[in-house]
Every structure is written in structure tokens, then in C-alpha cells.
Design a protein around this ligand. Structure first.
Ligand code: CAA
Length: 283
């Protein structure tokens, strides 16, 4: 199937990154969110990222202009009627995602693939909200999207082989590496990453070491680019909690129990970098 038009739902951190890499790869992109100011903010993040690439002489000013020219902003889900592929990057919440997929199913053309950037929720359940479960698939990008190479590709129970192949080759066209995984809570990335982050939070909670010490141990001792608490702030503590809850509910094992300190920070609104405060304070 030839893919030309990509409709990205959600203009936040992940959605804007996805829109950027798609436009850079030559796709026509619609960047959609509920409100104009959110979409405008997403577009300005893309512009800043491209400016950095111009400064580093990786792209020319003219190429930047062409990339931006391939992105159309949208606050109307009806614009999905032009899509070949939809990539949903809204918040991690099953109710929200199923509602979005029901709506997309009504507006996107019959041939369109509906992909979700969910980081842990079952693709099979999201697919069941549509009348085209064979055309629903997981396409899980990592943050920051323009930098990270991986895309986890998750087949739902009904995902057609042809759909998998189209998304796999689209991922390669974005200069990313697709890795196939099956539909289990947290897939592979967050099944492995989040319990580590949660354990780092328990380590802080139990007074084993300070925030800085925990991060330093993992950075210098394990060569991680960011310590787990810095990474949690970067991902968003609300997202971390939601993923831990999905793992806990999905597997029922106590080893996935979210740390009470994580819950407390989320309740306080200390959601990490985006909120100006998480395990660390941000200007
Ligand atoms: N957007 C675009 N580009 C960015 C960026 C952003 N938000 N942040 C950094 N970059 C670019 C910089 O421009 C720089 O580019 P060049 O090398 O081309 O000059 C490059 O990334 C390195 O940046 P810095 O030198 O400023 O900083 P750094 O070396 O510390 O790298 C990092 C920053 C890439 C974020 C690195 O710290 C890192 O890899 N951290 C771990 C990220 C990670 O684990 N991501 C996965 C999170 S889990 C997830 O996403 C899944 C989920 O479901 C929760």
C-alpha cells in the first residue's frame, strides 16, 4: 500500500515528534489536537528542532521550509478523511483512546491504517473499538522521537500481515528501526524499563540514597544516558504511574505495584519536567 498522508492525533511531546519525523521523511502530515494553541505549540517545537538542524548544517534553510510546508495543522478529526495512516499519540488512557479510535474509524477512509503510539495498553482492545480491527496496530515511538531509533511494532490479535508490513516499511522510511513484539501489557520496552524506574523510586522512598546518588549510580555504573529519576521526570510521572498500573492490573503480580511515593508526587501535581517539578525542580 502506498502511504502519502499521515494524520497524527495529539500534538504533545510525542505527537509533535512523530509529525516532525514523518514530514522529514517526505510524508504529508496533518498534526491534530483539540485546541489551536496546543497544535501551534507542537508546531513551534518542530520549528525549533529544525532550526537546530539548520544551525548544525544537517539541513538547509530551504529544506526546513519544505518540511514545515508538509505539515498542516488541524483541530478537526474530520481531516482524517484524507489519511492513509493515522498515528494516535493522545494521553495514556484506555477510555480516551477507544473514544478516539471510534471517531477515527468513522472519518478515516476504509483503506487507512489506524496506529496507536500507546506505551502499554492492549492494541487488541483498542482495535475492538473499531470496525476494522485488522487495520489497527501499535507503533510505539520513544522519547525524544527525533533522536531515538526504536519503534516497537505491536500486532493486535486481528492485525493483518499486510498492515504489519506497511508499517514496518514506513518505520524504516523514517530512518528508524522497527522491532516486532506481541500484545502484552507494557510490550517489551515498558515491561523492562518501568519496573526499573519504579524500583529506583522505592530506593528513594526507603531512604537508601538521595535522588542525585541514585541517578549517578545508574549513569556512571551502568552507562545509562540519564539516571532513572531524571528519566521518570522526562517521561512524566503521570505516564509512569499509569504504565505501572497497567502492568500491575495486567499481570496481577505484586512486583509491579507502583511505589506510594510515585502516587504521592502525581497527586501533588509534581508530574516531572513538564510541570516544573518532579524528583527535581526545573526552571
Ligand atoms: N528533541 C529533539 N532532539 C533532541 C531532544 C529533543 N527533545 N533532546 C535532545 N535532542 C538531541 C540534541 O539536539 C542532540 O542532537 P545532536 O547529537 O544531533 O547534536 C542530541 O539529541 C543529544 O542531545 P544533548 O547533547 O543535548 O544531550 P544528551 O547527550 O544528554 O542526550 C538524550 C539527550 C538523547 C535525551 C539522552 O539523554 C537519552 O538518550 N536519554 C534517554 C532517553 C530515553 O531513555 N528515552 C526513552 C524513554 S521511554 C519512552 O519513550 C517510552 C515510553 O513509553 C515511556
Amino acid at each position: 500500500m502506498e502511504i502519502q498522508n499521515v494524520f497524527v492525533v495529539g500534538a504533545g511531546q510525542m505527537g509533535s515528534g512523530i509529525a516532525q519525523v514523518c514530514a522529514q521523511a517526505g510524508y504529508q502530515v496533518f498534526l491534530n489536537d483539540l485546541q489551536t494553541d496546543i497544535v501551534d505549540k507542537g508546531l513551534s517545537v518542530i520549528e525549533k528542532n529544525l532550526d537546530r538542524q539548520v544551525q548544525k548544517e544537517r539541513i538547509t534553510e530551504n529544506e526546513k521550509y519544505n518540511i514545515i510546508g508538509r505539515i498542516t495543522t488541524s483541530t478537526d478529526v474530520k481531516d482524517a478523511e484524507k489519511a492513509d495512516v493515522v498515528i494516535e499519540a493522545a494521553i495514556e488512557n484506555m477510555e480516551v483512546k477507544t473514544r478516539i479510535f471510534e471517531t477515527l474509524d468513522k472519518h478515516a477512509p476504509a483503506h487507512a491504517i489506524l496506529a496507536s503510539n500507546t506505551s502499554s495498553l492492549p492494541i487488541t482492545e483498542i482495535a475492538a473499538a473499531t470496525k476494522r480491527p485488522g487495520k489497527v496496530i501499535g507503533m510505539h515511538f520513544m522519547n525524544p522521537v527525533p533522536v531515538m531509533q526504536l519503534v516497537e511494532i505491536i500486532r493486535g490479535l486481528a492485525t493483518e500481515d499486510e498492515v504489519y508490513q506497511s508499517i514496518e516499511s514506513m518505520t524504516k522510511s523514517l530512518k528508524k528501526v522497527p522491532v516486532a513484539v506481541n500484545d502484552f501489557p507494557g510490550f517489551v520496552s515498558n515491561r523492562v524499563l518501568m519496573p526499573m524506574i519504579n524500583e529506583a523510586i522505592y530506593t528513594l522512598y526507603e531512604g537508601v540514597a538521595t535522588e542525585e546518588a541514585i541517578d549517578e549510580v545508574m549513569k556512571l555504573g551502568m552507562n545509562h544516558p540519564m539516571g532513572p529519576l531524571t528519566l521518570a521526570d522526562f517521561i512524566g510521572l503521570d505516564t509512569c504511574l499509569y504504565i505501572m498500573e497497567t502492568l500491575h492490573e495486567g499481570f496481577g503480580d505484586d512486583k509491579y505495584r507502583p511505589c506510594p511515593l510515585l502516587r504521592k508526587y502525581v497527586k501533588a501535581g509534581w508530574l516531572g519536567k513538564k510541570a516544573g517539578r518532579g524528583f527535581y525542580k526545573y526552571e
